[in-house]
Design a protein around this ligand. Structure first.
Ligand code: XLS
Ligand code: NI
Ligand code: NI
Length: 446
């Protein structure tokens, strides 16, 4: 196992610098220049990049057909678990610092080994969190969000909050309570709940209404605990339509929104939107972000992408400037991130074996986001899309529009206007192709 005092990435000397498009150094940013001002804010402040602990440091590259392929010595089952956890933490913080990003994210079981009892797991976690606190202070890397893993252990096979066994609900509550407190202690800016197994495998044994009530109860307890401990970060739910369950209750942003409204939780939670989850739900990444921004529930983003030929969560590094430009455009339209950011919930491909590949994946994804930010800023400055939208709805600010939305108009009063011929609407062009061209031109010119 790697000696904890030696570097894991010795060939990467220091923080990845800005090299510009003419640099031939693959270990340099081509577009991301953290201090560069865009619309009055630095790129770093706009993008608030985080690295995720789980895929990058706690996954050996296994898939359902084969074992791990990556060089992650601390994942060797023969390694002493606490020593391995320290080695993993050292490598992770070395990576965060050398990549030069401001944030990281983790689940409880990513960083500390699970013990035979809850108390032992909690003690292990406390020890590693203390080491993480020191590493954060030494590197200046901050916590974007923490979360509890309520899906890997066999006890969660039938869900956590939605489990038919209330003892599993209680166990999940204990785990979340502990992780919320740790997130608070580490100065985390958000707390995430991804309901990986809050769903069903078959309706034949599932009571949908009961499971929904249980989930609402759980999320209410979490919101109450947030107040009890004085955590001022944002609570985030992460929508996903399925996988590992056949159907997940947090299907997409609109489903989560309806759930929150139904259970008196509106205002307590926002959403953490993941690119690949959006496409799994049959939406675009653009759609999910726009829905959340327009309904006041936009919180944070798990930046990644799927593969259009695969129907599962491949969690690839984001690399489409076209897709990300529209995502960034909507985020800027909503005023930018508050406590959220772009977390790289991304997995290397199984054949990406070199230690450097982790840098290449992140560097490319961060550059794609930076370029998309430039495009989005240009679209804002040119007001291309905002003026087209405003023009399209302008008549709703006129007397007829105001009478309808203000509640003065009735079906009868509207029918009267149509009957006497004073209303005879002429169809107008939506000008989609023109707008698509404008977006492309902004991409080409940025
Ligand atoms: C899995 C999710 C997971 C969450 C955190 O699909 O994206 O990684 O982000 O539990
Ligand atoms: Ni995610
Ligand atoms: Ni995912």
């Amino acid at each position: 196992m790697a000696n904890i005092s030696t570097e894991f990435f010795p060939e990467v000397p220091g923080p990845i610098g800005f090299g510009g498009l003419d640099s031939s150094d693959p270990l340099s940013f081509k577009v991301y220049d953290p201090d560069r001002l865009v619309l009055g804010k630095s790129m770093a402040e706009h993008l608030r990049i985080a690295v995720c602990y789980w895929h990058s440091f706690n996954w050996a590259g296994s898939d359902v057909f084969g074992e791990g392929t990556f060089d992650r010595p601390w994942l060797d089952p023969a390694a002493e678990p606490m020593r391995a956890a320290h080695a993993k933490l050292d490598a992770a913080f070395e990576f965060f610092a050398k990549l030069g990003v401001p944030y990281f994210c983790f689940h409880d079981i990513d960083i500390a080994p699970q013990g035979d009892t809850f108390a032992e797991s909690a003690r292990n976690l406390e020890v590693i969190v203390e080491a993480a606190e020191k590493a954060m202070a030494a590197t200046g890397v901050k916590l974007l969000w923490g979360t509890a893993n309520l899906f890997s252990h066999p006890r969660f096979a039938a869900g956590a909050a939605t489990n038919p066994d209330p003892e599993v609900f209680a166990y999940a509550a204990a785990q979340v309570r502990h992780m919320m407190e740790i997130t608070h202690r580490l100065g985390g800016e958000n707390y995430v709940l991804w309901g990986g197994r809050e769903g069903y495998e078959t309706l034949l044994n599932t009571d949908l209404a009961r499971e929904e009530t249980q989930l609402a109860r759980f999320l209410t307890l979490v919101a109450e605990h947030k107040r009890d401990i004085g955590f001022e970060g944002t609570l985030l739910l992460e929508p996903k339509p399925q996988e590992p369950t056949k159907h997940q209750y947090d299907y997409d942003s609109a489903t989560v929104h309806g759930f929150l409204e139904r259970h008196g939780l509106a205002g307590e939670y926002k959403v953490n939107i993941e690119g690949n989850h959006a496409t799994l739900a049959g939406h675009s990444f653009h759609h999910e972000v726009t829905y959340a921004v327009d309904h006041g529930i936009f919180g944070s983003v798990d930046a990644n992408r799927g593969d259009p030929q695969n129907g599962w969560d491949t969690d690839q590094f984001p690399n489409s400037v076209e897709e990300l430009s529209l995502v960034l455009f909507e985020i800027l339209r909503g005023g930018g991130f508050d406590t959220g950011g772009f977390n790289f919930d991304t997995k290397l491909r199984r054949q990406s074996l070199d230690r450097h590949d982790l840098f290449h994946g992140h560097i490319g994804g961060i550059d794609a986001l930076a370029q998309a930010l430039l495009v989005a800023a240009r679209l804002h400055e040119e007001a291309t899309l905002s003026s087209a939208r405003a023009d399209r709805y302008a008549d709703w600010d006129g007397p007829l529009g105001r009478a309808i939305t203000g509640g003065e108009a009735t079906l009868a009063s509207l029918a009267e206007l149509v009957d006497d011929g004073s209303i005879d609407p002429a169809p107008r062009s939506g000008r989609q192709e023109l707008l698509e061209n404008r977006v492309n031109q902004a991409i080409w010119r940025s």
